[in-house]
Design a protein around this ligand. Structure first.
Ligand SMILES: [Zn+2]
Length: 267
């Protein structure tokens, strides 16, 4: 499963030593953990879901307001809106308040309710016959929860995911697939990376050199027309290495195109 662009961007910041605050490091950890949880759910889905269910991952849309969905499982008359949370510790839900490890947290159940309302309106433009069912999945291995207030959606712990997927009803191939696809595309919003915009002075501080595209090691040897990784032996053509570095500099300094010079590319 592909990583989202925000995570790829943070990995790049990390490799260049540019995650220079506790908040950025925390954000990176949250993104990475979220991705690991979603990738794990996707592997369960592929292994256990019946054939012909169509899956969309990380779908962002705007229908009377913006919303993002981790997974959309689509069949002819039944759609599942799946939110995957990869938390650790203990969650409690009482009197409209979510706490995790006794700290107040955003109300993830209400957030999912809001997304469901928007998705239902969107789906009604495809067909009035489709039912949308929201599901909250807690995939963290070291995680427990107490729901003193009952959320409006089904909540599935890690141990019941396989059962849920196995029991999905078998479906015939999607009849109105093209229409569904067109509608989802019509309301889809482009992915927006939240940049950590560095000032030009930060250039001296970021880690220089080139790293392996395969394993990220900086232990690389430059040959005439390619670069060989000392850690994993991966070979990459020099022009790809240079264009990767240019892409990184643009991402690190989106407001300062003057940083992108030949001299800086070779540092
Ligand atoms: Zn390597």
């Amino acid at each position: 499963m592909e990583k989202n662009e925000q995570l790829i961007y943070f990995e790049m910041l990390d490799l260049r030593g540019a995650l220079d605050t506790k908040e950025l490091q925390r954000e990176f950890t949250t993104l990475r953990k979220g991705y690991e949880g979603e990738a794990l759910f996707y592997s369960y889905f592929k292994a256990h879901a019946p054939q012909n269910w169509v899956v969309y991952y990380d779908y962002s849309f705007d229908f009377d307001g913006k919303a993002q969905i981790d997974f959309l499982l689509v069949s002819n008359q039944l759609w599942y809106l799946i939110e995957v949370k990869n938390y650790s510790g203990h969650l409690d839900y009482t009197d409209n308040t979510v706490t995790i490890n006794n700290k107040i947290y955003q109300n993830i159940f209400r957030d999912l309710d809001n997304r469901t309302v928007r998705l239902k309106r969107l789906v009604a433009t495809v067909s009035r016959q489709i039912t949308v069912t929201p599901i909250m999945i807690f995939i963290g291995a070291d995680f427990t929860y107490t729901l003193n207030q009952k959320p409006s959606m089904t909540v599935i712990p890690r141990t019941a995911i396989k059962h849920f997927l196995t029991k999905l009803p078998p479906v015939t191939p999607l009849l109105n697939y093209q229409q569904t696809q067109n509608t989802l595309n019509k309301y889809k919003t482009p992915y927006q990376i939240k940049y950590h915009r560095l000032e030009p002075e930060a250039f001296v501080k970021i880690r220089k050199g080139i790293h392996c595209a395969n394993c990220s090691s900086y232990n690389v040897e430059r040959m005439r027309s390619c670069v060989r990784c000392g850690a994993c032996s991966h070979l990459e053509r020099l022009e790809f290495v240079i264009s990767r570095k240019a892409f990184e500099l643009i991402g690190l300094f989106p407001d300062h195109p003057e940083i992108l010079t030949v001299a800086n590319l070779h540092q």
